[in-house]
Design a protein around this ligand. Structure first.
Ligand code: FAD
Length: 383
């Protein structure tokens, strides 16, 4: 698949290196991550840094979406946790690259690239999930500072992050649609408290944040006041194809596991692979995986090569790849029979890891709304 013209030889060599790194270094080091997601998250960052992967997230002038996709596919195939921590490092630093002043870029990005600091991206609140406009956290201008108050939930890397890109409303409460602004808040700010870790289906450092009289200098605002929504959406456009890539990594691993299992498991005196039903399942899995990867590669290639927002293609890739991966992993579990749900078996872990991808960075329903709205816009504009 990488021989397609979406990629060049450097990408192909990079992908080979990533697969070797994933299998030989990452997987053994993160074995047992379930018991301590925070420690495993830190270890994943350390290993990715040593491999030079984090620097690619903040490469100037623009990180390569194709490289990020290749990295996430390789990481996810070995460790959903490593993939998630890597991705959030990107989400929590890209807004700074995109809209931060030269001072903010110099202060935060080199540490991210060297793996010395961990980033996070804080949008979601109890009452504002799919509807970002519902954000209640406020940022009130006060002299040379802004003062943040509110709570965030389901924030990945909470508890291990050194800084958070936080989205808060800077409009008056009377305004119907809030204007959002984005701020970089250091984890050691006395007004910020990481309230609790949230245990998930699959291990993942994630928690709640509380902001109380959290004072940040006005220079920590990204772009100008009121540009927060634009920054959040531009960040998601760039990262959504890579959620699809991670889904492909999980699905490809599940397919490999299924192929190995059906070749060696015998029932009715025959290997499972000899049954037509098995072959049909394998063929459907492969077809869906190929289609998913093509959509992901298209979105990543466009993001890297065209001078426009690629919102529809990014959402299409995320929607299809995450939904397809769920079906592929589920089939892999089914082909394993009872062994497929035994704790510690690879497909059991993949089954738990794949689920969240259809939810974070916009649920599948929200991706469909985005795709439809983009099509209607394109139709109206005659493009
Ligand atoms: C593993 C994980 C990591 C995450 N990491 C982060 C992070 O780092 N930072 C962060 O800010 N957030 C993070 N999130 C939060 C995530 O972005 C939200 O969970 C997601 O946007 C959905 O919001 P919600 O959970 O409030 O669901 P809701 O918005 O309440 O949605 C519930 C259901 O209603 C549907 N729905 C909602 N609105 C509509 C509509 N208009 N039309 C049709 N259906 C609709 C949804 O599709 C969904 O099925 C993470 C979540 C997970 C699971």
């Amino acid at each position: 698949m990488l021989s397609l013209p979406f990629f060049d030889d450097a990408h192909r060599q990079f992908a080979d290196r990533l697969h070797a790194f994933g299998a030989k270094t990452l997987a053994p080091a993160l074995h047992g991550a379930e018991s301590d997601p925070l420690a495993a998250g830190r270890e994943a960052i350390r290993l990715c840094t040593a491999e030079g992967l984090l620097a690619r997230l903040v490469a100037e002038p623009e990180p390569s979406v194709r490289e990020i996709c290749l990295i996430r596919e390789a990481l996810a195939a070995q460790s959903g946790l490593a993939d998630a921590v890597f991705a959030v490092q990107g989400l929590g630093s890209y807004p700074i690259l995109l809209a931060g002043s030269a001072t903010l870029r110099a202060r935060y990005l080199p540490g991210v690239a060297r793996g010395e600091t961990i980033a996070a991206f804080a949008v979601t609140e109890a009452e504002a999930g799919s509807d970002i406009g519902g954000i209640q956290t406020t940022a009130r201008a006060d002299g040379a500072d802004y003062v943040l108050d509110g709570t965030k939930t389901l924030i990945s890397n909470a508890g291990i992050a050194d800084h958070y890109v936080v989205f808060a409303r800077t409009s008056e409460p009377t305004e119907a649609r809030p204007r959002l602004s984005a701020f970089v808040v250091d984890a050691d700010n006395p007004g910020l408290c990481v309230a609790d870790q949230i245990p998930l289906l699959a291990p993942h450092p994630i928690g709640n944040l509380e902001f109380q009289d959290c004072r940040v200098p006005a220079e920590q605002c990204l772009g100008t006041e009121g540009e927060g929504l634009k920054i959040a959406l531009a960040t998601l456009d760039r990262f959504r194809p890579s959620v699809g890539a991670a889904a492909c990594g999980l699905a490809a691993r599940a397919l490999d596991e299924a192929l190995a299992h059906v070749a060696q498991r015998t029932q009715f005196g025959e290997p499972l692979s000899s049954f037509q039903a098995t072959k049909l399942a394998l063929a459907d899995m492969r077809t869906e995986l190929d289609a998913a990867r093509l959509l992901v590669f298209r979105a990543a290639w466009l993001a890297d090569t065209v001078d426009r927002r690629t919102t529809r293609e990014a959402s299409t890739a995320k929607l299809f790849a995450t939904e397809a991966a769920q079906r592929i992993v589920d089939r892999a579990v089914q082909l394993h029979g009872g062994r497929g749900v035994v704790k510690g078996v690879a497909v059991e872990q993949l089954y738990r890891e794949v689920r969240a991808l259809r939810i974070y960075e916009g649920t599948s329903e929200i991706q469909r709304l985005i795709i439809a709205e983009q099509m209607l816009k394109e139709k109206k504009a005659g493009t």
